[in-house]
Design a protein around this ligand. Structure first.
Ligand SMILES: O=C(O)CCC(=O)C(=O)O
Ligand SMILES: [Fe+2]
Length: 472
C-alpha cells in the first residue's frame, strides 16, 4: 500500500478530502473519521473527483466527505483526524506543511523539533523508532534547548532520554516520523554525519567500506567477509546450526511428491515449516544484518530438486528497492554440487555493473510482454559481460554450504551433465528493513509506478511495511 491523499476541508460542518493507493489505483480506500481514539464514522473514498482523474489517479473515484450530523464545536476540531480503517496511518491536512528535524541522537538522548508551518500553534506528535519497533510517541511542545542556537522552532521541540544507554550500533537505526504519517524527519544533527554514512547502500557494497570497518571497529573476520562480498558479489559460508541436517532431510522428503516434474517450487514456506525455518535460521539472519547494516526480512523461497540451467540474469530485475540493492539471496546446498549436477555460476564483481531495469533498456513492463522483455534484457547484460573483466566462477559446494549473492550479481545455473543426478537446494530471498521494495518487471520508475505484490515476512506471515527510512 502506497497511500496518497489529503484532508482538504475540516470545519464545524464537514470533513472531506481524498485518498488512493498508488500501488493499486483501482482499490477503494476505506477510512475512519476519528476524534482522539474514537471512531466517529466510517467512510469510503470512492466519490468521483474529475481533477484527480485528470491528474492521473485512475478513474478519479477517490474522494470522501462526511458531514457532522450535529455540527462540531471548533474546540473539538483539533482532535479530529482521518485514518485508514483499522490502522494508525493518517491522512494529513492539505494545508499542513509538516517540517522537522532530528538534531541530536546519541547515547544520552534523541532530540529534535517538529511543527506544522501552516499552523504554528498546532502541537505535533512524533513517533520514535528503533529499527521497526516504535519506542515512543512524544509531543513536540517544549522550548528550544538552551544549548542550541538558531535552527528549529521555539516551543516545538521533543526530547527522548534513554533508560539505559543503547549500543552505539543501535543509534544508526533510530528514525522519527510525524506521528501516524509516513513523513520522516530529516536528520541534521549539529555534528554532521560523516560522508560514508550518508551513502544509502548496503554496508558490504559501500565504496567507503574501509572507512566503515575502521571507524566502527569491525572485527577482522567480519571485515574480510564484507570485503569478499563487496568485491566479488558472492560469499560462501558453512551452516553451523545443529538442526540443519534434520531440516534439510525434512525439506527434501516433504517436497519430493510436490514437484510433479516442475524444476522448482516457489514459496513452499507457506505450507512447509522446515522451509520457513531454514529461511529464518538465526545464524543466517545475523550474518546478513552484519553484512548489510540493516535487519533482513525473508520474503520468498524457491526449492529445487535438480539444477535450473537458468541463463545469466540479475535478481534486481525481479526484486529491487529504494534505496537500491537492499535485497539478497541465500542459496543452500542440501547435497554435494559439482560440475555434473548443474552448479551455480556467477561473474565475479558483476554486481558493480549498473542496475538495469526495464526502462534502462527501453522497455515498459506489462504482463503480456514479460517473456520478450526478459529476453531483451538478458541480451543486453550478456553483451555487457562479454566486454570482459568479470571472470566466470562456478560454485562447487558440499551439503551444508551456503552462498549469499548480491542483488545485482550476474548469475545462473550451468548445464546438467549427468541427468540422473539431483541437486536438492533452497534459495531464500531477503529484503532489508526500512526500504521501499518493488518488482522492476512490473514497474516504471519514470511513471512513478513502483509495483510490488503482497510481500509477507516469512517469520510472521504479516505484510512487510513498504516505505523507506534513511539509516546513518
Ligand atoms: O539455483 C540456480 O541454479 C539458480 C537460482 C537463481 O538464480 C535464483 O533463484 O535466482
Ligand atoms: Fe537468480
Amino acid at each position: 500500500m502506497n497511500l496518497v491523499g489529503f484532508i482538504d476541508q475540516l470545519d464545524a460542518h464537514i470533513v472531506s478530502g481524498w485518498a488512493a493507493d498508488l500501488d493499486d489505483l483501482h482499490r477503494t480506500i476505506r477510512l475512519e473519521v476519528m476524534r482522539s481514539d474514537h471512531v466517529l464514522a466510517q467512510v469510503k473514498a470512492d466519490a468521483l473527483r474529475p481533477d484527480l482523474k485528470q491528474a492521473g489517479y485512475g478513474d478519479g473515484r477517490h474522494a470522501f466527505s462526511y458531514e457532522w450530523p450535529t455540527g462540531l464545536r471548533s474546540s473539538d476540531l483539533r482532535d479530529v483526524w482521518v485514518r485508514i480503517e483499522g490502522s494508525d496511518q493518517a491522512l494529513i491536512r492539505n494545508l499542513a506543511r509538516l517540517e522537522g528535524s532530528v538534531e541530536r541522537c546519541d547515547a544520552s538522548m534523541i532530540r529534535g523539533w517538529a511543527l506544522n508551518a501552516a499552523e504554528p500553534i498546532e502541537i505535533r506528535e512524533v513517533d520514535v523508532y528503533l529499527g521497526a519497533e516504535k519506542i515512543a510517541t512524544l509531543r513536540a511542545e517544549v522550548a528550544r534547548p538552551v544549548d542550541i542556537e538558531g535552527g528549529g522552532a521555539d516551543g516545538h521541540w521533543f526530547e527522548y532520554r534513554w533508560e539505559e544507554p543503547p549500543p552505539q550500533e543501535a543509534l544508526r537505526h533510530v528514525s522519527v516520523r510525524h506521528a501516524n504519517t509516513e513523513l520522516w524527519l530529516d536528520y541534521s544533527p549539529r555534528e554532521e554525519p560523516p560522508y560514508y554514512r550518508l551513502l544509502q547502500v548496503p554496508r558490504c557494497e559501500s565504496p567507503f567500506l574501509e572507512e566503515i570497518i575502521r571507524e566502527d571497529g569491525i572485527r577482522p573476520d567480519l571485515a574480510s567477509a564484507l570485503r569478499e562480498l563487496g568485491r566479488q558479489g558472492a560469499l560462501t559460508f558453512r551452516i553451523r546450526d545443529p538442526h540443519f541436517p534434520a531440516l534439510a532431510d525434512r525439506i527434501v522428503g516433504d517436497l519430493a511428491s510436490l514437484y510433479d516434474g516442475a524444476p522448482r517450487l516457489m514459496d513452499a514456506w507457506k505450507h512447509n515449516d522446515a522451509v520457513a525455518q531454514l529461511a529464518y535460521l538465526p545464524e543466517i539472519l545475523e550474518l546478513l544484518e552484519r553484512l548489510y547494516g540493516r535487519p533482513p526480512i525473508p520474503f520468498q523461497t524457491l526449492n529445487f530438486p535438480v539444477g535450473t540451467e537458468q541463463s545469466v540474469h540479475t535478481d534486481t530485475l525481479h526484486f529491487n528497492s529504494r534505496p537500491p540493492r537492499f535485497m539478497c539471496a541465500v542459496w543452500v546446498a542440501f547435497e554435494r554440487v559439482d560440475a555434473d549436477n548443474g552448479p551455480l555460476f556467477y561473474h565475479r564483481g558483476s554486481h558493480r555493473l549498473p542496475v538495469l531495469e526495464l526502462d534502462d533498456v527501453g522497455l515498459l513492463g506489462t504482463a503480456a510482454s514479460y517473456g520478450q522483455n526478459y529476453k531483451l534484457h538478458t541480451r543486453v547484460i550478456q553483451k555487457l559481460l562479454d566486454q570482459g573483466g568479470y571472470e566466470r566462477e562456478t560454485l562447487e559446494l558440499e551439503r551444508g554450504d551456503a552462498v549469499i549473492w548480491a542483488a545485482n550479481l550476474h548469475h545462473g545455473g550451468t548445464p546438467i551433465r549427468d541427468r540422473r543426478r539431483t541437486r536438492h537446494s533452497q534459495v531464500t530471498h531477503y529484503y532489508f528493513e526500512g526500504v521501499r521494495y518493488y518488482s522492476p518487471m512490473e514497474s516504471n520508475v519514470y511513471n512513478n509506478s513502483l509495483v510490488a505484490p503482497d510481500r509477507r515476512d516469512i517469520r510472521t506471515g504479516e505484510p512487510i511495511p513498504n516505505w523507506a527510512r534513511f539509516i546513518r
